[in-house]
Write a protein that binds this ligand. Structure first.
Ligand SMILES: C[S@@+](CC[C@H](N)C(=O)[O-])C[C@H]1O[C@@H](n2cnc3c(N)ncnc32)[C@H](O)[C@@H]1O
Length: 500
């Protein structure tokens, strides 16, 4: 099993896997899709500035699900008709879009789950009742195990009064299994430290000082004759005239702790200071789900990877992983977290959808996937600004952009300054000159020109030097894809700077 991080729309990946005959390889799948909150989430580069980039959109109203549904029809007419009926009942357009898209996604995901697998779907009351109907249909009503309530914030409303309703402070996690044979490593909470002392004092527990330790009396509503005989011989059973059933001594030392119920209030939310990705979930939450629903070396998948909390926790717990997200930044952050973890060597995982070497990138450019024809023209710019370059915001304007594909800001000698970036698969003198003249006009204090090494000429390199220096670095910098990707180099900023 290869550990994988995949850039792309999960539905496209699932369809591709299905067409390749891939199936039943996932042991545990946790998904935390956007919740239909009608918000767009931003990643903040630096809170002191307003340099933000949209991380992901949480609005379903703009997604056109009609074609998706019609395309799906031939896969499973009965499920298609089920979705059509549900569509009529759903109250809003965005809910229709969310439920139908998620329904089709789960239809494919189901095929990728092993017969012993579990699915945990994270949502909130906005969608939980509707998505349950769909999941009941796919997994089977009897394969629904729990609705877990996770108290995700302490309170809402704070100290202010005058709220118009109770605070929304819980999320819902729906747990489904694929068959009767599944993994459930029952989680326990440790007993409070003074629990046993207090229970003895209160007369709730007993100790016969026979070395067996503390026990309490528990009702024996059903037992075989053999069991009753055994308990009687060990003097571990009693009969009360007032009770219908006998009671037996339930020894505490056999108790692993307090079994965890379906309301989780013991996992603290992340504080805004440590959140690196919008709506990031705490590792403790993932730890509980992964430890309960999988074993070592199992495959844990997250089709809405975000900042990668699921797979980071999975690695720490010796599981294999698959993480999918359509957002570059999400995968970039996950990649950084993986790098920091150092628990998994780079050769042991694979990033699909992002070239990992300049040679791979060149191949994609040559195949017209990145960079040549009209539709793919901007993919090279997008992937370079979002994935390889640090703290650069890609230019949203794709044409008439005045030679600018990305921008960054910094402070030099206490003055705010700007950098501009131009990205091309093949440099030419005229193209380079046009970029340099933008810098000369003052559009940028530093200009970074990125291209493949073999398209650079001596003339271009010489001309770049002629624009002089800012602090201790060149004003016009040429960075090759070879440096950027293979050697992990970045553009250079003057020493006395503060990157913002
Ligand atoms: C709520 S976030 C997940 C947060 C994650 N649980 C964490 O702890 O960081 C949802 C993620 O789903 C991604 N997403 C939304 N639609 C997607 C799709 N169709 N395919 C792949 N990823 C998608 C978004 O880009 C976003 O990163």
């Amino acid at each position: 099993m290869e550990n994988k991080l995949i850039l792309g729309d999960n539905l496209d990946i699932l369809k591709k896997w299905t067409s390749e005959g891939k199936k039943e390889f996932i042991d545990l799948n946790y998904n935390d899709p956007p919740f239909n909150s009608n918000r767009n989430y931003n990643i903040l580069f630096n809170p002191k500035t307003d340099t933000v980039e949209e991380a992901f959109r949480d609005t379903w109203s703009s997604i056109k699900y009609f074609d998706l549904l019609e395309d799906f029809k031939e896969n499973d007419v009965r499920f298609y008709e089920f979705l059509k009926k549900l569509e009529v009942l759903l109250p809003t357009d965005s809910l229709k879009s969310y439920i139908i898209t998620m329904g089709i996604t789960y239809w494919y995901i189901y095929k990728m789950l092993k017969p012993t697998a579990s699915l945990y779907h994270h949502c909130d009351p906005t969608t939980s009742y509707y998505i349950k109907i769909v999941l009941d249909k796919i997994f089977g009503f009897n394969n629904f195990k729990n609705e877990i309530i996770w108290k995700r914030i302490y309170s809402t409303g704070g100290v202010k009064s005058g709220n118009t309703r109770f605070g929304n402070n819980h999320d819902v996690i729906l747990w489904y299994v694929k068959s009767k044979v599944y993994t459930f490593n029952e989680p326990y909470q440790p007993w409070p430290e003074d629990h046993f002392k207090k229970a003895l004092e209160k007369g709730q527990h007993f100790d016969d000082n026979d070395g067996k330790g503390q026990y309490f009396w528990s009702c024996l509503s059903f037992a075989s004759e053999k069991k009753i005989k055994e308990l009687t011989q060990k003097d571990e059973i009693r009969y009360k005239s007032t009770a219908k059933y006998p009671e037996y001594k339930c020894y505490i030392k056999n108790s692993k702790g307090i079994p965890i119920g379906d309301i989780w209030t013991d996992i603290l939310p992340l504080t805004p200071k440590i959140i690196k990705y919008p709506t990031e979930k705490p590792e403790k939450l993932m730890e509980r789900i992964i430890l309960t629903g999988s074993n070592k070396n199992d495959v844990v998948a997250d089709f809405f990877n975000g900042g990668g909390t699921t797979i980071i926790t999975a690695i720490k717990l010796n599981r294999n992983f698959v993480g999918v997200d359509l957002n570059h930044r999400a995968l970039q952050l996950t990649y950084k977290r993986l790098d920091k973890l150092k628990m998994i060597a780079k050769e042991n995982y694979y990033i699909e959808g992002i070239p990992r070497s300049s040679k791979d990138l060149r191949e994609l450019v040559n195949k017209n996937i990145y960079g040549k024809d009209k539709d793919s023209k901007y993919a090279l710019e997008d992937i370079t600004t979002k994935w390889y370059l640090e703290k650069v915001q890609g230019n949203i304007k794709k044409s008439g952009d005045g030679s600018i594909d990305g921008r960054f800001s910094f402070i030099h000698n206490k003055k705010p300054m700007k950098g501009i970036v131009q990205i091309t698969s093949s440099a030419s003198k005229n193209h380079f000159k046009a970029f340099c003249s933008e810098v000369s006009k003052g559009t940028g204090d530093i200009g970074v020109y990125i291209t493949f090494e073999d398209t650079l000429t001596k003339g271009i390199i010489k001309e770049a030097k002629e624009y002089g220096r800012i602090g201790d670095v060149d004003k016009i910098q040429i960075l090759t894809f070879e440096d950027l990707i293979d050697n992990r180099e970045q553009y250079k900023l003057p020493k006395d700077i503060l990157l913002i």
